[in-house]
Design a protein around this ligand. Structure first.
Ligand code: SAH
Length: 193
């Protein structure tokens, strides 16, 4: 896994998603060398980069042009630019207009940012998802968790919810101090038809 400190960052862009969370997303998504992945709300490119190391192709979408710029710098830094396509647009508009997504259909969609349109975003992704495809929602806000779980249940999806509280040890003179990070929920839904 790439260390958090290795990413190029900007104060104007959130991310990267912390290393341990990226690790879980990789496991839960079951990304493989054949996977066609869409990263919605790519931010700094933490998840885009990590998925592109394995996947066949990643489309990274963000409505913030600065996020696209920083993600571009990170995929170049890790020599992954050939596998990644960057789209600066609102997620819904990008998903509805991209021909490659419509033709190939998505194996794995990661939702790292959605504003207030998570409900419709999930519905749109489902219509573009392959059978057995997965949607992984990373949520910091309680409202995002509730909304995602409710929607997946309503649609009859198998859903797994994991919440992690990572603390990392910092070695100081007197011993090791555990530094807590924000709890994050990883909600994974699998399309069974
Ligand atoms: N996973 C990223 C961090 C994501 S931060 C990383 O590892 O670096 C969430 C991002 O979602 C922000 O950059 C924000 O601009 C984007 N975002 C939020 N709502 C969006 C939408 N509706 N369409 C596109 N991008 C969106």
């Amino acid at each position: 896994m790439i260390k958090d400190s290795e990413f190029i960052k900007s104060n104007d862009v959130p991310g990267p998603t912390k290393e341990e969370i990226r690790c879980l997303i990789r496991c839960k998504s079951e990304v493989s060398h054949d996977s066609f992945v869409v990263d919605i709300g790519c931010g700094t490119g933490g998840i885009t980069t990590e998925m592109a190391k394995i996947a066949k192709k990643v489309i990274a979408i963000d409505k913030n042009s600065k996020a696209i710029e920083i993600t571009s710098q990170n995929i170049n830094k890790f020599n992954l630019s050939e596998k990644v396509e960057l789209i600066k647009d609102d997620a819904l508009s990008a998903l509805n207009s991209n021909q490659e997504i419509k033709d190939k259909r998505i194996d794995i969609a990661i939702i790292g940012g959605s504003n207030n349109d998570l409900d419709i975003l999930i519905e749109t992704i489902i219509s573009l998802l392959k059978s057995n495809g997965k949607i992984v929602v990373t949520a910091i806000l309680n409202e995002t968790k509730v909304e995602a779980i409710k929607k997946f249940k309503e649609l009859g999806f198998d859903v797994e919810i994991v919440e992690v509280n990572v603390s990392k040890g910092k070695i100081i003179d007197r011993g090791t101090m555990m530094m807590a990070q924000n709890p994050i929920a990883i909600i994974t839904a699998t399309k069974n038809s």
